[in-house]
Design a protein around this ligand. Sequence first.
Ligand SMILES: [Zn+2]
Length: 60
Amino acid sequence: MNKLYNVTCAKCGARLSVYEQGAIGMAGCYEREEANCPICNAVVASKRTDGILTAELLSK
Ligand SMILES: [Zn+2]
């Protein structure tokens, strides 16, 4: 699991870390993936990747 960056949810203000999982760089398999806030489900990040994006809550 590869940490990309931290972000603050624009909707609820939660501090989140965005991770990319499973990316192997396979050409032709790239899709637009989105990470959702675990609190309010707003989209907090998006990237073209062949892995998946996830957002995890930072310590409060
Ligand atoms: Zn949120």
